[in-house]
Each structure stands twice: as structure tokens, then as C-alpha cells.
Design a protein around this ligand. Structure first.
Ligand code: PNS
Length: 163
């Protein structure tokens, strides 16, 4: 039987508990889950793709593969043999963008389906953008971001405070 390989793509700059919640939810649904980290250096991410991958690997262990990709997601899907894209859907506001992507990906490759999963309610309002902003301004992110990621944020965003 063909393996059901799902790909969970994103920027993950940085990964937070909402992402981890989606990974945990989709892991039992498929034979293999590949977390695909977008190489988007032109968007000036806070963490390099290598740092993002290292952080995710440290958290997910060997429960899933973690790889980087550039170019079209559908081409990456072909390379890893994936047929399902997993995306988290937080609020109605996510829907339009997600619908566009899902339908375009299906148009580009009719073999690909997108599956949307809802994260735990606690993480509905969580985004990597807010994580960076709140952390930089001194807000408390306990329970929303894993400890190793908080440590990385500390090093990157508050180096002067530590010195
Ligand atoms: O975490 P993000 O930034 O919401 O993830 C967006 C991502 C990486 C899923 C999306 O930008 C993507 O798939 N980029 C790869 C380029 C591509 O395939 N574009 C066409 C999508 S229809």
C-alpha cells in the first residue's frame, strides 16, 4: 500500500505551541509527516532556515522529518512523495488566504489535497509575528512558546539585557 505522506509547510519563524499542537494532531493521521520550512531569506526572517530547522528537530525528535524547501510547495511535495498538505486554521480570517493556497496547489497538482486542522483554543490567536513582537517588548510568553525557543528568542532579541 502507498505510504500516506503529509507535508506541514510554513515559515516557522519561530515555531510555537500552536504549530506543535498541529504536528501532534496530524502525526497519527498519516504514515509520515514532513515539516517543511520555507527558505525565505529575502523576507528577512529573525532566524535562519538552519536555526529554525534545528529548533524544530529539537522539539519533534524523530516523530517527523524536518526539511527546508524553496520554490513551489507542489514541487517539494513531488520530491518527498507527499500527497497531503496540512495547514492549521485558526480563525475565519485565515480562511481566505488558506483557501487560495489550497486551490492553487490543487490546480498545480491535482493529486494534492489540503487538510485543515484547528489548534487547541489556547493557541487560536497565536502567530510567529505576535510571538516576536510580544517577546521584543518584554511580554510573557510562558505556555505559548516552548522553553528552547524562548531561549533562542532571548539570545536574538535581548542580548544586551543578558550581558
Ligand atoms: O507559515 P506561512 O508563512 O503562513 O507559510 C506559507 C507557506 C510556506 C505555506 C507558503 O508561502 C508556501 O507554500 N510557499 C511556497 C511557494 C509556493 O508554493 N507558493 C504558491 C502557493 S499556492
Amino acid at each position: 500500500m502507498t505510504k500516506r505522506i503529509a507535508v506541514y509547510p510554513g515559515s516557522f519563524d519561530p515555531i510555537h505551541n500552536g504549530h506543535l499542537d498541529i504536528i501532534e494532531r496530524c502525526r497519527p493521521m498519516f504514515d509520515e509527516v514532513v515539516v517543511a520550512v520555507l527558505m525565505n531569506e529575502e523576507k528577512k526572517p529573525l532566524f535562519s532556515v538552519e536555526e529554525r530547522i534545528e529548533a524544530i528537530r529539537g522539539l519533534v525528535g524523530d516523530t517527523c522529518r524536518v526539511e527546508s524547501f524553496s520554490g513551489l510547495l507542489v514541487h517539494f511535495m513531488d520530491r518527498v512523495g507527499g500527497s497531503i498538505v496540512v495547514r492549521g486554521l485558526r480563525a475565519v480570517s485565515d480562511f481566505e488566504y488558506e483557501l487560495q493556497m489550497a486551490l492553487m496547489n490543487r490546480r498545480l497538482n491535482g493529486r494534492i489535497e489540503t487538510v485543515f486542522l484547528m489548534p487547541k483554543e489556547d493557541y487560536i490567536y497565536l502567530s510567529s509575528r505576535l510571538v516576536k513582537e510580544v517577546f521584543a517588548l518584554g511580554g510573557n510568553l510562558q505556555g505559548l512558546v516552548p522553553e528552547p525557543v524562548l531561549a533562542r528568542l532571548e539570545q536574538r532579541l535581548r542580548p544586551a539585557v543578558r550581558a
